[in-house]
Design a protein around this ligand. Structure first.
Ligand SMILES: Nc1ncnc2c1ncn2[C@@H]1O[C@H](COP(=O)(O)OP(=O)(O)OP(=O)(O)O)[C@@H](O)[C@H]1O
Length: 257
């Protein structure tokens, strides 16, 4: 469970990224966060694993305050949270398998991981993870030789190898074409359903949000302006979230034409 209590984030230059956010997300939910560029979607996601420090309030992960955690405590909380980025964030010149094994670094000493000494069980786990996203045959290929969609699958496999309980995906499909977008979203959804991993995805396209999420959170100027099931996220509500009628650029199906 993720609990966000009265969280605000003011950047050093005075910009308000988050404005008094209160939110509870239960284990196993699939949540899409939507809103215009600059609404605070990335700030919200990155605050959840403390890539950003909030300036007010508190965030609890599984009942533990990540806001207050330090050192080992912080590392232990972060071990349960997998991140997926628009730009994949892989070690490009390194094999797919090593990239997936990077998900295991939180479980071992730094020396062991620097030397690349992962136990046999980790390697087996990494292969199982690659299998779940259908790219086990690419294990020994260099990451930068894969297509964008395949690279994002490696990033998903890395999170699976990490045995994360929460996946935070910050615009995971923004660099992908429409077909690959659907494949990656299908992978995320299947993993959410099979393993009950809480999944929070920042999405630009509202048709994708409706198709894949069970709950939609709309942000505007750092605040929550909508929080409800997909059935309530009508075009009218989206227009309220965006502060204007929804346009073609917010629909994958139309943007793809
Ligand atoms: N490092 C930073 N320093 C100052 N302001 C920032 C910083 N990062 C983000 N902001 C500002 O905080 C607000 C929220 O940005 P954020 O990136 O979270 O929005 P977003 O909804 O994810 O938008 P996008 O889809 O464009 O990434 C914006 O006004 C943005 O300009």
């Amino acid at each position: 469970m993720i609990e966000i209590r009265n969280a605000s984030k003011t950047y050093a230059n005075g910009t308000k990224g988050l404005n008094h956010i209160n939110l509870t997300i239960g284990q196993g939910e699939f949540v899409a966060v939507v809103g215009l560029s600059g609404a605070g979607k990335s700030t919200l996601l990155r605050s959840m694993n403390r890539l950003h420090d909030i300036t007010e309030g508190e965030i609890l992960i599984g009942g533990k305050s990540i806001t207050a955690a330090k050192g080992k405590q912080l590392r232990m909380i972060r071990r349960d949270i997998g991140m997926i980025f628009q730009s994949f964030n892989l070690l490009k010149r390194t094999s797919v398998l090593r990239n997936v094994l990077a998900g295991r670094v939180g479980y071992h000493s730094t020396l062991r991981t620097v030397l690349g000494q992962f136990p046999k069980q980790d390697v087996e786990l990494a292969f199982r993870a690659l299998d779940r996203v259908n790219i086990a045959e690419k294990a020994y290929v260099r990451a930068d030789e894969l297509s964008g969609g395949q690279q994002q699958r490696v990033a998903i496999a890395r999170v699976l190898a990490q045995e994360a309980k929460i996946i935070l995906a910050d615009e995971p499909v923004a660099s992908l074409d429409p077909l690959t977008t659907k494949q990656v979203m299908d992978d995320l959804k299947r993993i959410n359903q099979e393993s009950g991993i809480t999944t929070i995805v920042n999405l630009h396209f509202i048709d994708l949000a409706r198709q894949y999420a069970t709950r939609i959170i709309g942000l505007r100027a750092g605040g929550i302006v909508f929080d409800g099931p997909v059935s309530e996220a009508t075009d009218e509500r989206f227009a309220e979230i965006y502060g204007r009628p929804i346009g073609k650029e917010e629909m994958l199906e139309e943007a793809a034409v």
